[in-house]
Design a protein around this ligand. Structure first.
Ligand code: ZN
Length: 505
């Protein structure tokens, strides 16, 4: 290998290792750390992160990169490199340019502001008092606009923020995509509401032993192909996936004694994320070739497993008898059809994280519109609660009674995570396109799922999606794997077919 490339890759590995050290500290903080460790832990994590940032933006790294890439333009200098190395360098430069675009003092100030704002958000939500958060949100929004200016954009400031999570995506493209999704979704929700179907989720009510819930989840993870010699599951208040290397990818789940669906679906969801991380090509560890493409593509893997497999009839044909066996008292008299329809109830609700797979997307569209309003169009922060409530009425036909169940429900904005929400819809859309490609290419995929053979699907995902890393962009990957560009159509068709049958509409 080219000597300069070797030096660059070894630099990248050091930076990646530092970030993973911080990830271990963070994982511990969310799972086992005693409460009084919080302050010292925050110092430890921020020390490691500033070391990795300093290394990535420092003069040494700049010199290594300049040997291989024309720094002003990002053009790779050696025309003879194989395509995957060219892509690796282009992507490294892209990350490097963005990391360098933000002045160190600016980053420090934003970190301080958002960590304070998160505490204030918790209090504001608790007391349902938007006025507490408003001045912080105002500062965060103004700093995020500044961030967009530092990062640069062609069309509108929001584009620069979107790219923090979904490289290559633009506001214009998203707007068109969401436009094609909105009317069919709103209509579907209305048609479902008109059937006046009573809420039959209560047939699942009961007291479910947590250790039995845990064992059921572990069985499903095992069948999915989650490798427990290279990962583990723990419990945490908010489920997440974290990776230290493809050889150590951890997930957490949340169990609720009185709601069995929480644990099952959070386990399958995080399992989908974990399969992606475990299957990245560790030969390239430290470089973009061993990194997930984007948050939208990551979310496509969790949603594919959680919704297109985990909420499907074939899946429960195999797993429902197993679940009933563990919970005879609670589910012994509930039929498969009743269970399937209970886990797929569509009900407009106020809280995004509790929403079903149909209404969920409308919650996201509302956030996407508000983010554009305050980033691009300078909407006043004090007008946001009213805009929120109008949007809920327009899309879901319900209005929150207070801001805790409205604009204050998500932590994202107080963390500075503006431009993040759209990746949830992208995950649903990419995921549906990938699932259908798998279904076309694998013989009898759904029969296999109904027999508990989940590994054939896992293997297909590994080969076609996971191993690719950032050697392809999200656009390219979708085109490669499905033969079509990103589109809302397969997702709409899927919802209409599935819920048409469930609600006989
Ligand atoms: Zn997720």
């Amino acid at each position: 290998m080219n000597r300069n490339l070797e030096i660059l890759i070894s630099d990248l590995r050091v930076i990646a290792q530092l970030r993973r050290v911080a990830a271990v500290l963070n994982w511990d903080q969310e799972t086992y750390m005693p409460p009084k460790g919080a302050e010292a832990r925050a110092d430890q994590i921020s020390l490691i992160m500033s070391m990795s940032h300093a290394r990535f933006t420092g003069p040494e790294f700049r010199r290594s990169l300049a040997e291989l890439v024309d720094l002003p333009s990002g053009k790779v200098l050696d025309g003879g490199l194989p395509p995957h190395q060219v892509r690796m360098l282009e992507t490294t430069w892209w990350d490097w340019r963005r990391a360098n675009a933000l002045p160190v003092e600016f980053v420090g100030e934003l970190v301080r502001l958002t960590s304070e704002a998160q505490n204030v958000w918790e209090q504001a939500r608790h007391t349902s008092d938007f006025n507490l958060l408003a001045p912080y949100l105002e500062k965060i929004i103004s700093m995020k606009r500044e961030e967009a200016d530092y990062l640069g954009y062609e069309d509108q400031p929001y584009d620069a923020l979107l790219e923090n999570y979904e490289p290559g995506m633009t506001t214009r493209e998203l707007t068109a995509l969401f436009e094609s999704l909105r009317t069919p979704l709103v209509n579907l929700v209305e048609r479902i509401r008109d059937t006046d179907t009573p809420d039959h989720r209560e047939i699942l009510a009961g007291d479910y032993d947590e250790s039995d819930q845990w064992k059921f989840g572990m069985d499903v993870l095992y069948d999915m192909g989650y490798d427990l010699t290279r990962g583990r599951q723990d419990r945490s208040a908010h489920p997440f996936t974290t990776d230290f290397h493809p050889s150590d990818v951890r997930i957490t789940t949340y169990l609720d004694r009185h709601d069995i669906t929480q644990g099952i679906f959070s386990t399958i969801h995080e399992g989908g994320h974990a399969l992606y991380q475990q299957a990245l090509n560790d030969q390239y560890f430290g470089t973009p070739l061993c990194e997930p493409i984007s948050l939208g593509i990551h979310e496509s893997q969790s949603r594919l497993w959680e919704n297109y497999v985990g909420h499907s009839r074939p899946f429960w044909t195999c797993y429902y008898p197993r679940l009933q066996e563990r919970f005879t008292d609670q589910l012994g008299k509930v039929t498969l059809d009743e269970f399937y329809s209970a886990i797929n109830m569509v009900t407009p609700s106020l809280i995004r994280v509790e929403a079903d797979e149909v209404t969920y997307n409308l919650h996201i569209m509302l956030r996407f519109e508000l983010e554009q309003a305050f980033i691009n169009d300078h909407a006043a922060v004090n007008d946001l609660p009213a805009l929120w409530n109008e949007g809920m009425e327009k899309y879901l036909g319900i209005t929150p009674e207070n801001d805790a169940d409205g604009i204050l429900q998500d932590i994202h904005w107080s963390m500075g995570g503006i431009g993040y929400f759209p990746t949830y819809i992208l995950g649903n859309l990419y995921g549906r396109q990938f699932y259908e490609a798998a279904n076309n290419q694998i013989d009898d995929l759904e029969d296999r799922i109904a027999r508990g053979d989940l590994k054939t699907l896992r293997e297909w995902l590994r080969e076609n999606i996971h191993q690719v890393g950032r050697a392809r962009t999200a656009d390219e990957l979708v085109q490669d794997v499905t033969g079509s560009p990103l589109s809302a159509e397969p997702f709409i068709d899927y919802l209409q077919a599935k819920y048409g049958e469930l609600y006989t509409i």
